[in-house]
Ligand binder design. Sequence first.
Ligand SMILES: [Zn+2]
Length: 446
Amino acid sequence: MRDILIRNADVVVTMDASRRELAGADVLLRGGVIAAVGPGIDAPGAEVVEARGCVVTPGLVNTHHHLYQTLTRAVPGGQDALLFGWLKTLYPIWARFGPEEMFVSAQVGLAEMALTGCSLSSDHLYLYPNGARLEDTIEAAATVGLRFHPTRGAMSISESEGGLPPDSLVEREAAILEDMIRVVDAFHDPAEGAMVRVGLAPCSPFSVSRDLMRDAALLARDKGVMLHTHLAENDEDIAYSLAKFGVRPGQYAEDLGWTGPDVWHAHCVKLDAGEIDLFARSGTGVAHCPCSNCRLGSGIAPVRAMRDARVSVGLGVDGSASNDAGNLIGEARQALLLQRVARGADAMSAREALEIATLGGAQVLGRHDCGSLSPGKRADVAIWDVSGVEAAGSWDPVAALVLCGPGRVRDLFVEGRRVVAEGQMVTIELPRIVERQNALARKLRD
Ligand SMILES: [Zn+2]
């Protein structure tokens, strides 16, 4: 692979230990890693990518998604419902999915991620109807070229047992554990620079048993993989936890082994002070999903308090049925706006939002090799053209990236390979995939 020299960027936002921002700087990519950062790098033979008029940042990190939901955006019955009602509208539609729906919707969702600056995305796939398997999404990610952390999700408590999902969408717990072992053994790569890491992710405390939560945690520790689920998403979620388990979600998680630096929970909108302290002490991470929280009316996650307590926080777009967009840089803007609604205009700066979107997400996913542009880190780089109309007249290009735009990258490199060039996907033929996706959506609708 030829070296790549990104040259003459207006600003390189390194996210290194001292958060340096380098004006008029270059970034050299060699063999999948950052070889050098700074002004005037000499790299004979390298392919030169001119970055004048651009801000260069680490690739953004998405810590929570349900890629399959790109096939159920803006579904009428789910547009205005709260979480539990929203789920009950969508479950019967998802029950008709199969491998093709999983593959194509993952391609679409990941392309959306790439175009909005994301180089590393996790995914939470918790239903496997009609022969769908986790590898449907892993294969899709390989075509798109993003670094991918799929999680083997699961639901086991159906409607007839007091849960929410229909019987056809739940699995036996023994079969779930067996498939968790299968996908970790087949696809998880613990090595530095890994393109695929698998996590274990029962859907939520209200869709699986206490036993499965505990067994998944034991299995994850045994295999050295991470744990992920939804936690404390809204008031209904807290009420359910108190009524069913007699404890708040944080206590439930702790009792079952679901805290630690190898665990990250999505949403955490309703964490109280004691739970924030628990997360800080245990190193448990949070996937903050501001657009989804707004969209479902779940509330404002206490991100300021979490960050002040040194809880690891990353950003997530959440599934495309509850956002319904998948714009990761837009999510950074939304995170900033939402904290300000709750806490005032000094609650979060544009630079802090950008840090959460990059370094914060990498930390949450246990990727100490990603999230910053320093020599030796993986060559995951986003180039943002700030010379266009969106940021015209801005005085501070780094803040403008979050406050103004553009909402899309000009170029994106993952592991030193180009995924987006001049605002277009180069790894996949996106228009054809979008057409295929729309045909699948029509089939589901009719
Ligand atoms: Zn979710």
